[in-house]
Design a protein around this ligand. Structure first.
Ligand SMILES: Cc1cc2nc3c(=O)[nH]c(=O)nc-3n(C[C@H](O)[C@H](O)[C@H](O)COP(=O)(O)OP(=O)(O)OC[C@H]3O[C@@H](n4cnc5c(N)ncnc54)[C@H](O)[C@@H]3O)c2cc1C
Length: 374
């Protein structure tokens, strides 16, 4: 895989939120857009661009301070990227989620060593929480197992897909304790560890430039310094709304571009497109409604009320459905011009399905809303 060559700016800490989103949007338009097709094809993993986004504060605004966190700027930044490239919006989610885990950890050594470096983009990585998230809702069993040893744990097993990875990257995930029934531990996996192997995945429908690998753990020693939370249960309850809400950025950006695609088809094709049942104006209304609900929920990610959690899940379900609906409508509005491989409408459709299948997938969200958690 190649990488996108970009110049690095001086690290811009403490930038106001609006300025961060503006700068991310400018980078998306100028530096990401020319590479979106190559990222989609999987010939580029844009690590330099991700670091550059870190320079302007894209990965740091949602870090908690004094027990309070605000995800609005983080979500809007992901949306600005998603407006241009769904794969990059997903990598942005991966990186933001990694920051979210490290910044919320109670392990002072881990926080001191990693939280700032993840937030600045100096260190990159992601999350391997799909399998644990499915296991908590009785969909599948935990795939990693660990046992306590002097100074840490020994972990083995394999995860089928983890994104935004490379040889020096990190990701947060969970193992089940073999030596303590019901015990689960959340930790940072260090991809440079020789006992961890990254295996390239078979080509996907989209998202091939996202640095996605199958990850094998062969009796990996995980030192205490890499433990995010032990036991992991209460920590997962704390970070789960943020994990899901940050995904809203992927959907909001994608839906916005699908509206733009429909608008672009308007001039040459309005005489016939007006017969289509779904019009850009409906998606504009929906987008505004989703944005409002997302921003309201994103101000309060530690809210532990059940009603709040249900609102987060319901929103996430609607965002997946609407992403697919908007991309489908964009295809119908474009007609043959959107059927060309060179047109982004078909890329947006493939990306939209990812929003609907990435954990928590549509079917899992429906199970959760049905209250059938086990
Ligand atoms: C491009 C891509 C990137 C992803 N990145 C991440 C990531 O960064 N972190 C993360 O935790 N998860 C990642 N995932 C996983 C993702 O979040 C979902 O878990 C996954 O798409 C399946 O979710 P599902 O709920 O539909 O499960 P289902 O597809 O219903 O079931 C999943 C289970 O089916 C089995 N299975 C699925 N496909 C195959 C296959 N080809 N061969 C054999 N068995 C199979 C496996 O046991 C798997 O656990 C990624 C997936 C994709 C496609």
């Amino acid at each position: 895989m190649g990488s996108v060559a970009v110049s690095r700016l001086a690290v811009a800490e403490d930038l106001p939120a609006a300025s961060i989103v503006d700068q991310v949007a400018a980078i998306a338009r100028r530096e990401l857009a020319p590479h979106a097709a190559a990222i989609d094809e999987g010939t580029v993993y844009p690590d330099a661009l991700l670091r550059r986004l870190g320079d302007v504060g894209a990965w740091g605004s949602h870090r908690p301070a004094d027990g309070v966190a605000d995800l609005r700027c983080g979500i809007q930044s992901i949306a600005a990227l998603g407006d241009v490239c769904g794969a990059t919006a997903f990598m942005a989610w991966c990186q933001n989620t990694l920051v979210w885990y490290a910044s919320n950890s109670d392990n002072p050594k881990l926080v001191a060593k990693f939280a700032g470096k993840f937030a600045s983009g100096e260190m990159l990585g992601g999350t391997g929480l799909s399998n644990p998230m499915k296991s908590f809702f009785g969909i599948e069993k935990l795939k990693l197992r660990g046992r306590k040893v002097e100074g840490g744990y020994i972990v083995k097993g394999a995860l089928p897909w983890v994104s935004n990875l490379g040889p020096d990257h990190y990701f947060g995930t969970i193992f089940e304790r073999e030596d303590e029934g019901g015990g689960i531990v959340m930790f940072l996996a260090d991809c440079s560890d020789p006992a961890i192997t990254l295996q390239p995945c078979k080509p996907f429908l989209a998202m091939d430039g996202t640095g996605t690998y199958a990850v094998q753990f062969r009796d990996v020693f995980v030192p205490d310094e890499l433990i995010l939370a032990e036991p992991a249960g209460p920590f997962v309850k704390k970070i789960r709304a943020g994990f899901i809400l940050l995904q809203a950025g992927m959907a909001l950006g994608l839906i916005k571009d699908c509206i733009q695609i429909m608008d672009e088809a308007e001039a040459p094709l309005s005489h016939i497109n007006r017969y289509l049942p779904q019009q850009p104006t409906q998606f504009r209304e929906l987008h505004a409604e989703f944005e409002q609900e997302t921003m309201a929920l994103a101000r309060d990610p530690y809210n532990s009320d059940d009603s709040y959690w249900r609102r987060v899940i319901a929103l996430r379900l609607r965002l997946g459905d609407a992403s697919v609906a908007a991309a489908h409508a964009a295809m119908l509005h474009c007609g043959a011009r959107g059927y060309l491989k060179s047109h982004r409408a078909q890329r947006r459709l493939r990306e939209a399905y990812f929003v609907a299948i990435v954990t928590p997938a549509t079917k899992q969200l429906r199970k959760m809303l049905a209250g059938d958690e086990h």
